[in-house]
Write a protein that binds this ligand. Sequence first.
Ligand code: DC
Length: 229
Amino acid sequence: MTIQIITIDGPSGSGKGTLAAKLADHYQFHLLDSGALYRLLGLSLHQKELLDSLDSATVLAQSVTIATNLDIVFKTADVGAKILLDGEDVTQTIRTERVGEFASKVAAIPELRAALVERQHAFAKQPGLVADGRDMATSIFPQAQAKIYLTASAESRAARRVKQLQGMGLDVKISDILANIQARDKRDMERAVAPLKPAVDAYIIDSSDLSIDEVFKLMTDYVDAHLAK
Ligand code: DC
């Protein structure tokens, strides 16, 4: 039987993560947070002091091997999911702005992206998958039945991110966050390989002025009409 796949692509802070989790829960599908893979690889290469030397062919080859063999565990539990890297709980660490920067560096390198493809494909299992990322529809799962592109203005994404970080007890300035978001958008949209852009057949939602529940309703209406019955 065909595996049903829902992709959600879009820039960071558009609400993708929250909505992808809600959709996975609603349809009882598996969930792929592909950004977490880039974050984990970024963190791992940083810890191994390789991240700043990726323009060396030797370091890049070594990094590809690391990417292919990353020891990652996604623990799903009733009391909060956990992500382990080399056995260490990095659930919080990978969500920091700093690791976001590491991830963005890694994501711009074709060889490292390629090294993560198979791992992403492995998430497509019955009864179905919700895949959250930047290139889920355009590159990893072009066969997906439902393709959503979720976006929002940089300002509203920065305001949400500040709230989220403050909720984690961090002291942050909105101007710094906005500058970070704009720089990351530029890098994600202008990179040569798998740039952030909607698939031609994607359903585009701008969540700037919508609540999570409103976006969720738009998504389920669209998905219900597109999943095979
Ligand atoms: O969604 P996120 O903020 O966790 O993503 C972290 C970085 O990884 C971000 O710079 C974009 C990149 N990324 C990507 O290039 N392709 C994906 N499928 C997911 C994330």
